[in-house]
Design a protein around this ligand. Structure first.
Ligand SMILES: [Ca+2]
Ligand SMILES: [Ca+2]
Length: 462
């Protein structure tokens, strides 16, 4: 587990930095008569938005100058991952910002500077602390960004004085951050596109039993998505953008098979595995106005833009495939987004498209709509990219939780495409904090032998 997935990891770091700052301060007088500071209020105490000014008020009966450190924290709870925490050091009159795994700073108040982190931005041009009597007020100008998008947050304050007496963390407000984009999705390709085609009566592929055996007839299905895994949202995330989203430059290390930029990637677009993820780091963006799907593999932010492995742009109104032999952001040359299990769609009671899944080994060939292979093997018993499998019609799914029944029903009607080399029978989905991970885990009761490959066309071998 990474450090930021530890429920107390970031707090430990926060305390550690605070202790370091204390060491750097003037010697703290020992006094038995010290009063503890009090974390009084956050104004506004409730609201919504991605950019706001907050005033925190703290008191120390010994006078505002006895205050040492005030911290303001936004998160769904005190201990969950993904918080943004800001700190004001009264003694030095400096600000600090925490996100991910480290503190940044010090920064001067009113500095003409925005401190960007994965979860938030501190606009220092409008950020200042001032005290009078027993009261210390800090004005914070904050932009709350992914991964806090779409979340109902609590706001907490913590105050500590020069002699180490502290208020403890106090919840003094709530704040909701709207999701990135409006989330209303255009149709994913025309109705007659392979992703949207009912294959429940398609003929069984003559090599079906060999394919299933090579993937693992006794291996259970695995939902490769859910709430949180390894400290990051579990699955392949996506976001929607309007047609006027600013486009930024992007460079690829597979430029020959990538659609050139610029791409409309927002600065806080969610990345698979989180900002510091070490996996495939996919970014999926749906331009809802222009009906375009932008997908990127191994995306890393660089100054002024992005650096990535490969990228593909799909016209959602067209059935055109990528050129034969071309990859996409996926090994099969397929779009990723249309094959994801998404929470909101499952809630409607039906998934009306094929899904995406991975297998440990593939053969050197592909079946349309796939256009790319990722193998050196000519073993005909291995599945080619783009092979479509369906759950056999007679498999009893009545005992599964409702979300799993929705997924299994889709697998009977639309099936799933071999899209990448990976875990056996790993089905892809988008992360969502509303998933019930235990329910999703029950899909493992369905195993490889419950599937059959269907014949959807010839294998293209270069
Ligand atoms: Ca005090
Ligand atoms: Ca002080």
């Amino acid at each position: 587990m990474r450090e930021r997935s530890s429920p107390h990891g970031w707090r430990g770091r926060a305390v550690g930095v605070a202790a370091l700052l204390l060491l750097l301060s003037h010697a703290a007088p020992a006094s038995a008569g010290n009063y503890r500071p009090y974390a009084w209020s956050i104004a506004p105490s409730a609201g919504s938005g991605t950019d706001a000014v907050f005033y925190t008020s703290c008191y120390d009966p010994d006078g505002w100058r006895d205050m040492r450190m005030v911290r303001l924290l936004f998160n769904t709870s005190l201990t969950s991952a993904g918080a943004v925490c800001l700190a004001y050091d009264q003694n030095t009159n400096r600000f600090y910002v925490f996100s991910g795994t480290r503190w940044r700073g010090p920064y001067r108040p009113r500095a003409n500077l925005d401190v960007n982190t994965a979860a938030g931005t501190l606009h220092l041009r409008d950020t200042v602390g001032y005290g009078y009597g027993t009261k210390l007020v800090v004005r914070w100008h904050v932009a709350l960004r992914t991964p806090l998008r779409g979340k109902d947050l609590n706001a907490y304050i913590h105050a500590r004085d020069d002699r180490g007496a502290a208020s403890g963390w106090k919840r003094r407000g709530s704040w909701s951050v709207p999701p990135l984009g409006d989330g209303s999705l255009p149709p994913m390709f025309p109705p007659d596109n392979p992703w949207n085609t009912d294959i429940s009566t398609a003929p069984v592929h003559p090599n079906s039993s060999n394919y299933v055996a090579s993937i693992g007839a006794d291996t259970g299905l695995h939902a490769d998505f859910g709430t949180v895994w390894d400290g990051a949202p579990n699955g392949i995330p996506y976001c929607t953008v309007p047609g006027d989203q600013a486009k930024v430059p992007i460079s690829f290390y597979y430029p020959d098979e990538s659609d050139p930029g610029p791409y409309p990637i927002p600065p806080d677009a969610p990345i698979e595995g989180g900002p510091s993820g070490t996996g495939d780091r996919h970014i999926l963006i749906v331009d809802t106005d222009n009906k375009l799907l932008y997908e990127v593999f191994d995306a890393h932010p660089v100054p002024g833009g992005w650096s990535a492995g490969s990228g593909a742009i799909f016209d959602l109104t067209s059935n055109a495939l990528r050129p034969d032999g071309w990859t996409s952001a996926d090994a099969a040359g397929l779009p990723i987004f249309p094959g994801l299990v998404r929470y909101d769609e499952v809630q409607t009671g039906a998934i009306n498209h094929a899904l995406r899944f991975t297998v440990p080994r593939t053969q050197r060939g592909y079946i349309h709509p796939a256009t790319h292979f990722a193998s050196y093997s000519d073993d005909a018993s291995l599945p080619p990219m783009g092979l479509r499998l369906r759950l056999k019609a007679d498999v009893d799914i009545s005992g599964y939780p409702q979300p799993v029944r929705v997924i299994l029903t889709a697998l009977k009607v639309y099936g799933m495409f071999v899209a990448d080399n990976g875990g056996a029978w790993y089905i892809s989905g988008a992360p969502d904090m509303r998933w019930d991970d235990d329910e999703l885990h029950e899909i493992g009761g369905v195993s490889g032998r419950d599937f059959e490959a269907v014949d959807t066309g010839p294998i293209h071998v270069p």
